[in-house]
Design a protein around this ligand. Sequence first.
Ligand SMILES: Cc1cc2nc3c(=O)[nH]c(=O)nc-3n(C[C@H](O)[C@H](O)[C@H](O)COP(=O)(O)OP(=O)(O)OC[C@H]3O[C@@H](n4cnc5c(N)ncnc54)[C@H](O)[C@@H]3O)c2cc1C
Length: 510
Amino acid sequence: MSEELDLLVAGSGIAGLTAAVRAASHGLRVGVVTKGTIAQTATGWAQGGVAAVLGNISDDTEAQHETDTLKAGVGLCDEDAVHVLVHEGPIRVRELIALGAHFDRDPDGTLQLAREGGHSHARVVHAGGAATGAEIERALVAATGRTAAAVHEHVFARDLLVSGGRCRGLVLRDANGERVVRARHVLLATGGAGQLFSLTTNPLEATGDGVAMALRAGVAVADVEFMQFHPTALAVDRMPRPLLSEALRGDGALLRNAQGDRFVNELEPRDIVSRAITAQMIESGLDHVFLDVRPIHDFALRFPSLAGILAGVGLDPTRDLLPVAPAAHYLSGGVVTDLDGATEMAGLWAAGEVSCSGVHGANRLASNSLLDGLVFGARVVDAIVAGKDAAEPTGAMRSLTGRGGWSSVQVSSNGGLDIDKADLDRAAMQRALTEHAGVLRSDDSLLEAEEAVARVHVSPDDDELRNLVSVAEALVQAAIAREESRGAHARVDFPDRDDDDFRLRIVVRG
Ligand SMILES: Cc1cc2nc3c(=O)[nH]c(=O)nc-3n(C[C@H](O)[C@H](O)[C@H](O)COP(=O)(O)OP(=O)(O)OC[C@H]3O[C@@H](n4cnc5c(N)ncnc54)[C@H](O)[C@@H]3O)c2cc1C
């Protein structure tokens, strides 16, 4: 990577590799840096699948997928962004199949479709039962290998290289030290930030690096109060917590409390199910409720990867009730972009979980996030190829311009650590966020979280902890500012939606 690249991608999940493969096919000089091995991603861990309305194989329509997505986002989705996601999703899924991804099919070759929480129809394509992400990552890694895109593993993107108000590359660090790589365009595809919390389904790499880099460079970040908690992470003494896919509830699995009674419609969106479970946990004093998968026939055949996980912890799905509890799962907000993934800094783009294009609003609909990476990873490249160089007032970017009825408030993620009292480590901060900024929050609890974050000791060479602290500050400040309950953000001191501030997007700048 000695000469200037056309596109430098940080991250090798679905968003980064989709962009890299597409950019290479257009003849762009593209490089990918990733901090672990190429396949070490949240993408590889995805279970349930990809939501897309794939033509004549059911009575589903794109309009219904849009309606379901908007409903889950509780008024904060950008309608144009959702339209783009839902409309271009099927095209991108077919391209993924053409690239070599194998999804589960009936014996006659028809794609199998699962139904998940919040979806009005069965429209989720999957692979290996609940091993969809592994198959997609495998196919994308193989496709990348067939292109001229250069992939550099174990390279950590530390910061944006900014001059004259434009992003001109990345500051990187690897075993040989620090260096700078220049590029005409930089794509942040660094994924989520589940590692902010002590209970999470996310891999160790999910430390919010891209969001933190953007904050340090003064680039707007929004909707970060909306950390989605997956309702059914297996409550065993292991971190990250193994996920028991939404698809199980779609297939008839039931939630039961300590008395064995059902307490919620299992097909409600995740925020509602997570809150109902948390309320049960508070009432019973237990740290879990139970998922009853006994109604699912042929469990081991249909969900072999989950059967393996359960066997590993000594649970038998045909007999045992499975202990589950909510765990941090998906950051619905991120770096603000327009409908092409352009951020407010020229030369800087974002796609996938790191971004906030407006598709998820206050809560991501199940299986819309792989789709997000596919659709917007591709749009970034198409926009670059078309010569686009500056963001437009579309998608979440509209909230920065105040156009179209959107508005924003600004809170500053001050990044100033309280050095005098810096006595907390990463694990202590994660526990504090789970306890005080988790499924249920209040002004008092968030102030406790704020204090804990200010007390974290960050050593100069711990880039990930530095990033976690920045994103934690942003999340807590945004959660304090949003004095209502909406989507994934539930305030016990403001239990209702405040529809007067209906379109208020909280923008954080570092
Ligand atoms: C257990 C689990 C199950 C899920 N199931 C589903 C599902 O069924 N359907 C669905 O739609 N979504 C699902 N999701 C969510 C989905 O997997 C993610 O949102 C999506 O894969 C994110 O893709 P991405 O390309 O944005 O990021 P990722 O796949 O997370 O990739 C991020 C990449 O960036 C790299 N990186 C990060 N920081 C740096 C840095 N500083 N320098 C260099 N590289 C860096 C990482 O190493 C990684 O390669 C699931 C998530 C989990 C954890």
